[in-house]
Design a protein around this ligand. Structure first.
Ligand code: ADP
Length: 425
């Protein structure tokens, strides 16, 4: 442009009419720009198959930049396509189902396994809401509750013999990934384990009863007792322990086999507590009395036998692990809309690292401790199952040397005020 202007001014200076020469120079520059703009537009419009228009000056620079940008873009696109292809291949090969769902529950994408496990069709079901297609009440509740730390296990709504586990993983902006796994085999193995424990315990019960009967008879024989007192007493004690273990194992398998939640039968908890306290005081261990804070009007809706089993296990433990000089307090009260049963003691306590594992079967904090207490190691596992069966939760806090607090919290649906009884008839 500068060169053109200089030439125009020079020519105008020599031949006169400088204005006209300048006008001609500017027009030439304008035409050149228009031509380049047209070539650039044609090149961009035709796509990458055509080489960039070779031109000089600023237009050459622009074309070069665009060419490099397009080349970079092309390479990136190729990588992305390759990556997408790999993701599609691996999700297709995956035995587990994967569904991508948006915040309204609409299916955005799913793999083959998800289609097979949940009977979903592609592309017909893409864009449909998953809860409309997978109408299982447990899944709908899981989806609605927004607590996705644990998966939900259910019987497939399409086949009664198939068990599925679904897990929701939230990601991005309210997107959700649904992972579906066929757990039929795992469930079968679990059932086999449960059946084996139940059968073995059942089979052990009769021989144990016979042995205990003979041992008791021998224990009453004065002559035998003279020579055999110690071994006989030890045998009787061990037979009683084995009977307690077998009976706890049977109770646990019964609770585990229970598919449905506990019934909603009224349980007179204050009366139940009085009964348990009498039994606890007759154990012959722990403090001489139990401090009670009981709401006499507070009833529960549940299975009385199971509630008895859970509450008595907690109280018997408190008595077992608290010295006679200590204190055991039992409280049964309403907390907001929930009801809470709490046993606190000033006993030996439990170190923090053991607390999360206490409800495992046969888990003991201290082996020597349990031999002295004579427990079965199944008490808290039973408590956990009973509470699960009632939709309730167990909270444990403890400090070694200072005591422990075990609380069972029952939700509003399980609570009944005795005064309500008269009102509802
Ligand atoms: P056990 O029949 O051995 O008492 P549980 O399942 O009832 O079995 O309890 C598991 C373990 O938890 C016990 O062995 C004991 O170490 C500990 N434990 C339970 N309750 C208490 C308590 N109130 N104070 C101290 N330790 C306790």
């Amino acid at each position: 442009m500068a060169l053109l202007l200089a030439v125009a001014m020079l020519t105008g200076g020599i031949f006169g009419h400088i204005g006209i020469w300048l006008f001609i120079a500017v027009s030439i520059y304008l035409v050149w720009n228009i031509v380049n703009l047209y070539r650039l537009e044609r090149w961009l419009g035709r796509g990458r198959r055509f080489n960039s228009p070779t031109t000089t000056g600023v237009w050459g620079e622009i074309c070069n930049h665009i060419y490099l940008l397009r080349r970079r873009e092309r390479t990136r696109k190729r990588h992305l396509v390759q990556l997408l292809r790999e993701i599609r291949n691996f999700t297709t090969a995956m035995p587990d189902g994967v569904i991508i769902m948006n915040h309204t529950g609409e299916i955005r994408w799913l793999n083959e396994a998800a289609g097979r496990l949940l009977h979903l069709r592609v592309p017909q079901d893409v864009g449909q809401r998953l809860p409309n297609l997978m109408r299982h009440p447990d899944f709908i509740r899981y989806l609605r509750d927004n607590h996705y730390d644990e998966p939900v296990s259910l019987v497939s709504p399409f086949s009664r013999t198939q068990h599925l586990t679904l897990r929701i993983v939230p990601y991005g902006l309210e997107q959700r990934l649904v992972l579906v796994r066929d757990t039929t085999r795992l469930r079968r193995l679990e059932e086999m384990r449960r059946e084996f424990v139940a059968n073995a315990s059942h089979e052990l019960r009769s021989p144990l009863t016979v042995m205990s009967g003979y041992l008791e008879a021998m224990h009453e024989d004065a002559q035998l007792m003279q020579d055999w007192r110690k071994p006989l007493e030890e045998m009787l004690h061990q037979a009683a322990r084995m009977t307690a273990i077998v009976s706890d194992l049977l109770e646990l398998s019964r609770l585990e086999n229970e598919q449905h939640e506990a019934p909603y039968s009224p349980v007179d908890v204050p009366a139940l507590i009085r009964r348990i306290c009498e039994e606890a005081l007759s154990l012959g261990c722990g403090p001489r009395d139990i401090l009670l804070e009981v709401d006499e009007m507070l009833f529960l809706l549940g299975a009385e036998r199971e509630i008895y089993s859970a509450f008595s296990n907690l109280l018997f433990n408190a008595m077992n692990y608290t010295p006679a000089s200590g204190k055991v307090t039992l409280s049964w009260k309403q907390e907001g809309e929930a009801a809470q049963f709490t046993v606190s003691d000033t006993g030996i306590g439990i170190p923090a690292e053991h607390i999360p594992r206490l409800t495992e079967r046969f888990y003991r904090v201290d082996k020597s401790r349990h031999r002295a207490s004579g427990g079965t190691g199944l008490g808290l596992a039973i408590v956990k199952h009973v509470l699960q069966h009632h939709g309730a939760s167990l909270a444990i806090s403890s400090e070694p040397g200072r005591g422990s607090v075990f609380s069972c919290r029952f939700t509003r649906e399980r609570v009944r005020r005795e005064a309500d009884k008269a009102g509802t008839g």
